[in-house]
Design a protein around this ligand. Structure first.
Ligand code: TEU
Ligand code: CA
Length: 539
C-alpha cells in the first residue's frame, strides 16, 4: 500500500501547538481541540514530535520512558483519544521515534551507570580512556566532545547529542529486541507510522570515527522492518543530514524493505559556507537551490520516493529564510508553498508554515530556550565572536525560530494558552494568526488548502515526471510535471524584482490552476511577473 504518496503530512511540535490547561505548555488535549482545523486544511497525517516521558534536556528528543506520555502533555488515555479522534477525521498519527539514544534518565542507562556488570551496561557505548583522555576526538552535534567521563567506572560513554542523550549500542541484540517490542507497542495502538530520528547513525563505528551510514546500518534497518513496521500498513520516514541521491535508495527504495522515504536537507544547507557549519552564513543562490531540487527530483531511481519540506522544528522559518518576511511575506510564502507542493514526493507542513509564520528576533541570550543555541553561544564566545554576531546567527538559524507558540489569535492568551507561554511569542502575532488567516480568502492558509486539494484531485501531482526548466535563470524557478494525459507548468519569479519572460514563440493563453496573483490566465509568450509572482497552468 502506498497511501502515503497521496497525502500531505502536518508536523506538530506539541510544546508549542495548543495548551489546554493554562500551564503555558502545549498538550495532547490541545491537539485534539485543533483537529477540526487540521481537517479543514486537508492534511491526512500528523507527524507528532516526541510526547514521551523526558527530562526535556532536548525538548523530548531525550526519552526516559518510550511507553509513557510526559505528564505535561497528558496521559496515555489522551494519546489513545488523539489517535481515535484523528482517525475519525481521516488523519493518521505518525509517532516520532528516537532510537539512536535515550535520556540518561532512562532506567536502562540508570542501571548501566549504577552497575558495570548489569546487562544494561552494554545497551550503551562505553570505552576506556586513552592516555588518560577521551578515546578519540569525536564531537557532539551540540558542541564539545561526544564522550562523557563516568567517574565511578572510569569509562567514557558516547553521546552524539547532549551528554544527557547517551547513544544506544545497536550491536547489542537484546537492546534491539527491546526497542522492537516498544515499537510494536505503538504499532498495536493503530498509529500511522514512524518518523525515525537521525536514523543514519544507528550503524555507527565510533572507534573508526564513523557516525553516519556505518557498516551495519542497513542490516539493522532490515531487521527492524521485519520485526516491526513491516508487519503493519504504516508509513515510515527517516531523517538524515548526510543523505545523498546515491545513499537515499539504500534506505527507501521499494525493494529494500527498510523505510518508505527519507528527509534530506541539502536544499536547506546551501545558505551556509561549504565545509563549515550552519552558523556560517552565505547568501542563497537560486541557481544552486534549483540544482539541488533537480538532482533530488531526477537523480534518484523512480522506485525511491521523496519527502518534501521547507520547515521543521530544527530549521528557521522558510519565509524569513528564502522568502521575504516583510513587504512580500504573503506572496513569497505562497510561492514557496506552490513550488514545493507540486514537486514529486510527499509534502510536509510544519505548524504555522501554513499561515506564513516568521522567525523570532531575540536581543539577548537569556531569551534562548534551545540547548543547541545555548551551547553555541558559549562556544563561539570562547572563540572570539562578539555577542552581537552570535545573537545574529541565532536569529537567523537557531532552532527557537521554529518553536515559538502557534499563532492562533491576535494574542497568545487569545489562542495558544490562557496562562504564560513557555517561550517567547513572536511579536507579529497581531498581524499573523489563524483567526485572521481564516477570515481572509487571500491568506497563505488557503493556498496550502488548495495545494492539498489539488494533490487529491490530480494524479499528475503524484506520478507526473519532473522536468526543470530554465535551470540557469537567476530569478525564475520553473518546472513541468507530466504524465500520460496531463502536463502542468509551474512558474515562479523567485525575486523581489519584476521579471519579464517568454515561454512560447506564439501567443498561448492558458488558464490558471493555482497562483498567488489575481490573474485568471497567462499568455506564455509574454509574461510580466511581479515580485514572487507564481502560477500553475496546464499546457
Ligand atoms: O535532529 C538531528 C540533528 O542532527 C540535529 O542536531 C540537527 O543537526 C540540528 O538540529 C540542526 O540545527 C534530530 C531532531 O530533529 C532534533 O530536534 C534533535 O535535537 C536531535 O535529532 C537529537 O535527537
Ligand atoms: Ca498544557
Amino acid at each position: 500500500m502506498t497511501w502515503w504518496k497521496n497525502l500531505v503530512v502536518y508536523q506538530i511540535y506539541p510544546r508549542s501547538f495548543q495548551d489546554s490547561n493554562g500551564d503555558g505548555i502545549g498538550d495532547i488535549p490541545g491537539i485534539i481541540a485543533r483537529l477540526d482545523y487540521l481537517q479543514k486544511l486537508g492534511i491526512n497525517a500528523v507527524w507528532l514530535s516526541p510526547v514521551y516521558e523526558s527530562p526535556n534536556d532536548d525538548n523530548g528528543y531525550d526519552i526516559s520512558n518510550y511507553e509513557a506520555i510526559h505528564p505535561e502533555y497528558g496521559t496515555m488515555d489522551d494519546m489513545d483519544n488523539l489517535i481515535a479522534e484523528a482517525g475519525k477525521r481521516n488523519i493518521r498519527i505518525i509517532m516520532d521515534q528516537v532510537v539512536n539514544h535515550t535520556s540518561d534518565e532512562h532506567p536502562w542507562f540508570q542501571e548501566a551507570i549504577r552497575d558495570k556488570t548489569s546487562k544494561y551496561r552494554d545497551y550503551y557505548i562505553w570505552r576506556d580512556p586513552v592516555n588518560g583522555r577521551e578515546p578519540n576526538d569525536l564531537k557532539s552535534a551540540f558542541g564539545g566532545s561526544a564522550w562523557e567521563y563516568d567517574e565511578k567506572s572510569g569509562q567514557y560513554y558516547l553521546h552524539i547529542f547532549s551528554r544527557k542523550q547517551p547513544d544506544l549500542n545497536w550491536e547489542n541484540k537484546e537492546m534491539r529486541q527491546d526497542i522492537y517490542k516498544m515499537m510494536n507497542f505503538w504499532l498495536d495502538k493503530g498509529i500511522g507510522g514512524f518518523r525515525m530520528d537521525v536514523i543514519d547513525l544507528l550503524g555507527k563505528d565510533p572507534d573508526q570515527k564513523i557516525t553516519g551510514n556505518g557498516p551495519k546500518l542497513h542490516d539493522f534497518l532490515k531487521e527492524m522492518h521485519q520485526k516491526t513496521f513491516g508487519n503493519y500498513d504504516v508509513m515510515t520516514v527517516g531523517e538524515s543530514w548526510v543523505l545523498t541521491p546515491e545513499t537515499a535508495p539504500l534506505f527507501a527504495d521499494e525493494g529494500r524493505n527498510e523505510l518508505n522515504m527519507m528527509f534530506q536537507f541539502e536544499h536547506l544547507m546551501i545558505d551556509e559556507l561549504p565545509e563549515t557549519s550552519k552558523w556560517d552564513l552565505k547568501k542563497l543562490d537560486l541557481i544552486e537551490l534549483k540544482q539541488v531540487f533537480n538532482k533530488w527530483q531526477t537523480g534518484i531511481p523512480d522506485t525511491t520516493w521523496n519527502s518534501l519540506f521547507w520547515d521543521n522544528h530544527d530549521t528557521p522559518r522558510i519565509v524569513s529564510r528564502y522568502g521575504n518576511d516583510k513587504k512580500y511575506r504573503v506572496e513569497s510564502a505562497k510561492m514557496l508553498a506552490i513550488l514545493l507542493h507540486l514537486m514529486k514526493g510527499t509534502p510536509y507542513i510544519y505548524q504555522g508554515e501554513e499561515i506564513g509564520m516568521t522567525n523570532l528576533a531575540i536581543n539577548h541570550i537569556s531569551e534562548v530556550q534551545d540547548i543547541e543555541s545555548y551551547r553555541l553561544y558559549h562556544e563561539k564566545l570562547a572563540q572570539g565572536w562578539t555577542e552581537e554576531q552570535i545573537i545574529e546567527a541565532i536569529n537567523t538559524k537557531g532552532r527557537d525560530n521554529a518553536r515559538t507558540p502557534m499563532q492562533w489569535a491576535d494574542s497568545a492568551k487569545g489562542g495558544f494558552t490562557t496562562g504564560t507561554p513557555w517561550m517567547k511569542v513572536n511579536s507579529n502575532i497581531q498581524e499573523i494568526n489563524v483567526e485572521e488567516a481564516l477570515k481572509d480568502e487571500n491568506s497563505v492558509f488557503y493556498t496550502y488548502q488548495k495545494l492539498i486539494q489539488l494533490r487529491k484531485e490530480h494524479t499528475v501531482v503524484i506520478d507526473g515526471a519532473f522536468k526543470m526548466l530554465l535551470l540557469d535563470h537567476p530569478e525564475i524557478f520553473a518546472y513541468e510535471r507530466q504524465n500520460s494525459d496531463t502536463t502542468w507548468l509551474i512558474v515562479a519569479n523567485f525575486s523581489d524584482q519584476e521579471t519579464k519572460l517568454s515561454l512560447s514563440d506564439k501567443e498561448q493563453i492558458v488558464e490558471v490552476i493555482i497562483s498567488n496573483s489575481d490573474k485568471k490566465a497567462y499568455n506564455l509568450k509574454e509574461l510580466n511577473l511581479s515580485p514572487y509572482e507564481t502560477f500553475v497552468v496546464e499546457k
